[in-house]
Design a binder for this molecule. Structure first.
Ligand code: ATP
Ligand code: MG
Length: 429
């Protein structure tokens, strides 16, 4: 016997019960984004590898060790499964000249791929909702993006998601801080782990983002970037905080929040929960004013964030927010050849009227079909036997309501009767 094939490690199937939950989640995401004027964009899952190297930075976890990169065997092109969406979104913005005369508020929902060690809340294929705004340079958009998060947690019934913010300033300010940071870390070189030693002269800021507990104290006492920010950067940061205070959104300024991607400047933020263990960041983002130009476009201020869908869904489930599984309005039971043919016609006719129908397929006794009808959660069974088929009629049976007698109706009258019942039971609720 041949060995059964399994999905790739860290890449999960989302089975129907789970996927129904995902669709409801995505529905609420889409209406929330619409309320803030964001429009969808869909980019390819595969992009040229150099895009990510240039956008994310060569000395980052993602580019150094997490990308699924491969050579197209047909033409030798270097390709990568996208590890995040911002790079591709900016590429598309430039390629189609979207930011030429107008600002853009864009979003996407989809798979991302990172070769990480799979664990709870960390997968090799995972999903992000990405939100990006182009052409806005003030602190207002940064703050609006944070307010959006707060509203979403509320919409989803989630609490206890804490906001951390920081400012990374501008490149010149970072350069000055970098010199001071390297000098400090060199003084303590014996305490650094291999990763930190390797990054000392390439990307020392990222050492502060380490997850190694042994380095925490050292990092906590390191020179703080915020002390190197000039008046303009500080004013931008203060502008964001002012809007947050006005909106009553609590936050902590975390000077060690540096983010794992190189393209950020000024505002960065993360929403973190303590309910998901080590994988507690559900949403992260910030400003990346240099990226559009860096990738060959005209200078365009930009700001964005991404949410981890698996982590948010885990959190919703954790807080008991299981949505009701969608159920059909009607389960259509039928037996006999003539009945089967009529059943198809009836099912399509009901669907024409906006009624959701689960048509029984695969035969079986009336009794077993009725059991399935009950189990489906449908409000009604429509039952067609040989006798009904010969007269163009069907039995209508309410499965959920008490004291409603089963009735025989002309098939043309079914839709109206069902809709009347549905209206009545809506009014009773
Ligand atoms: P972490 O520090 O957890 O590795 P990150 O800084 O690499 O996160 P981002 O690149 O900012 O993550 O991605 C935004 C969000 O996407 C994260 O906050 C998280 O919710 C989610 N995310 C990132 N990587 C994964 C993954 N491998 N599996 C599941 N979700 C992920
Ligand atoms: Mg990561």
């Amino acid at each position: 016997m041949s060995q059964t094939l399994q999905s790739v490690r860290g890449m999960n199937d989302i089975l129907p019960d789970e996927a129904a939950f995902w669709e409801l989640f995505e529905d609420s995401i889409r209406s929330w984004l619409k309320a803030y004027g964001y429009r969808p964009i869909r980019m390819p899952i595969v992009e040229p590898t150099p895009l990510f190297k240039r956008a994310i930075g060569e000395v980052t976890d993602i580019v150094e060790k997490e990308m699924y990169s491969f050579e197209d065997s047909l033409n030798g092109e270097q390709l990568t499964l996208r590890p995040e969406g911002t790079a591709g979104c900016v590429r598309a913005l430039i390629q189609h000249n979207l930011a030429a005369r107008q600002t853009q508020r864009l979003y996407y929902i989809g798979q991302m791929f990172r070769h990480e060690r799979p664990q709870k809340g960390r997968y090799r294929q995972f999903h992000q909702v990405g939100v990006e705004a182009f052409g806005f340079d003030g602190p207002d958009v940064d703050a609006e993006m944070i307010l959006m998060g707060a509203r979403l947690w509320d919409d989803l019934g989630l609490d206890g998601i804490a906001l951390q913010i920081n400012s990374l300033g501008q490149p010149a300010e970072r350069a000055e801080h970098r010199t001071a940071l390297i000098a400090y870390l060199e003084q303590h070189i014996d305490l650094l782990d291999d990763d930190a030693k390797r990054r000392l002269h390439t990307n020392p800021l990222r050492i502060l983002d380490t997850k190694n507990p042994a380095l925490q104290a050292l990092c906590a006492a390191a020179p703080k970037l915020i002390d190197y920010l000039g008046a303009e950067s500080l004013a931008h940061f203060e502008g964001v905080q002012q809007i947050l205070r006005d909106a009553g959104i609590p936050f902590t300024v975390n000077p060690r929040l540096v983010r794992g991607l190189d393209y950020y400047n000024l505002t960065v933020f993360e929403w973190v929960t303590d309910k998901l263990g080590a994988q507690g960041t559900v949403c992260a983002g910030g400003r990346y004013d240099g990226l559009v130009e860096q990738l060959g476009g005209k200078p365009t201020p930009a700001c964005g964030f991404a949410m981890g869908v698996e982590r948010l869904i885990a959190l919703i489930k954790d807080s008991g927010g299981e949505p009701a599984a969608p159920v059909p309005d009607v389960y259509l039971v039928h037996q006999g050849e003539a009945a089967a043919r009529l059943a198809f016609r009836v099912a399509e006719g009901l669907r024409d009227q906006g009624i959701d129908v689960l048509l029984h397929c695969g035969g079986g006794s009336f009794k077993s079909q009725m059991k399935k009808a009950d189990g489906s959660g449908a409000s009604f069974a429509v039952i067609i036997g040989d006798e009904e088929a010969s007269t163009g009629e069907a039995q209508l049976k309410a499965l959920r309501a008490e004291g409603v007698a089963q009735r025989k109706l002309k098939v043309d009258e079914l839709a109206e009767a069902i809709i009347d019942h549905m209206i009545d039971s809506d009014e009773e609720e």
